[in-house]
Design a protein around this ligand. Structure first.
Ligand code: AMP
Length: 287
């Protein structure tokens, strides 16, 4: 059966209602579109675990700050639909901002009920340089969960802080689904796949490669027995291309998200940089 593209919440809900009558397991893959092999890996995993798969494609205005790239974020819905078709997804849900939020479509609006993750987990890493971002993420993901009522939802390890926050939200709010984490998919040279890579010039793309190189260098030293975060930090920074502007490079316990000085198994090494106007993130879990 071919994938169907739906733009309206009611249409999705009525399909889901029919599936639920037949006791089918539903998987949701939330995305902002401009799909690449990283997204495809999530959709494939969903397909393997579920009877029906919904891929949402929605550039969520309330998770973008006023000076961020909401307007220029790549939108490639026809190609996205084609990829979903090839993998065998059932529904591509691509609502407009108005369909999701009515007229109230920006972060500063005071009319919308937001889901706000705990301050401790958003006042760091990406949350620190993107105020309000995770409120927007948690809100839209909650809305998608309510619309699709999935048994499983699939999130990439690439956005490690997002994954942590969503898992916590599901637990704290007793949401009735399981979050399935999926590993980072990289280009053959190591660069983590991202829809934002399309912004990079050839020169910037070369500089960006040093992000994953820095992480792999940390991993190499850790595997040789070096666990001092200062040494690992300095090494990573020395590998980074000088044209990159470092936002953060941090070592955190993957399970608690607490900062760690001594690196051990399950330490998340997370990095964010700016290259020109483009902000990229990547991470690696040691051990
Ligand atoms: P996005 O469209 O960037 O919001 O991403 C949608 C989902 O795909 C999120 O759960 C991301 O973590 C995941 N994702 C994005 N890039 C990758 C990648 N390179 N490997 C694995 N998952 C990814």
């Amino acid at each position: 059966m071919s994938v169907i593209l739906l733009n309206h919440i009611d249409e999705v809900k009525s399909n889901i209602k029919e599936w639920k009558k037949d006791n089918l397991k539903v998987g949701l893959v939330p995305t902002m579109g401009a799909l690449h092999a990283g997204h495809a890996s999530l959709i494939k995993k969903a397909k393997a675990m579920c009877d029906k798969v919904v891929v949402s494609v929605f550039v969520n205005p309330v998770q973008f700050g006023p000076n961020e790239d909401y307007d220029k974020y790549p939108r490639t819905i026809e190609k996205d639909k084609q990829l979903c078709e090839e993998i065998g997804a059932d529904i591509v849900f691509a609502p407009s901002a108005k369909e999701m939020y009515g007229e109230n479509v920006n972060l500063s609006n005071t009319e919308l009920t937001y889901v706000c993750p705990p301050y401790n987990y958003i006042d760091c890493l990406c949350g620190k340089s993107r105020p309000g971002h995770f409120d927007g993420v948690a809100t839209v993901v909650t809305k998608l969960f309510n619309i699709v009522q999935p048994d499983f939802a699939f999130f990439g390890q690439k956005d490690a802080q997002q994954l942590f926050i969503i898992k916590k939200m599901v637990k704290d709010l007793n949401m009735n689904l399981e979050i399935i984490p999926c590993p980072i998919v990289r280009e053959s040279d190591g660069l983590a796949m991202s829809s934002r890579n399309s912004y990079l010039s050839i020169e910037e793309r070369k500089s960006a490669l040093s992000i994953s190189k820095a992480l792999f260098e940390v991993e190499k030293l850790y595997n040789k027995g070096i666990t001092d975060s200062n040494i690992l930090f300095d090494t990573a920074v020395s590998v980074l291309d000088k044209k990159l502007e470092l936002d953060y490079l941090e070592f955190r316990d993957f399970n608690t998200f607490e900062k760690v000085d001594k690196i051990s198994k399950n330490t998340l090494t997370a990095i964010a940089v700016k290259i020109g106007k483009t902000r990229l993130i990547d991470n690696i879990i040691l051990g």
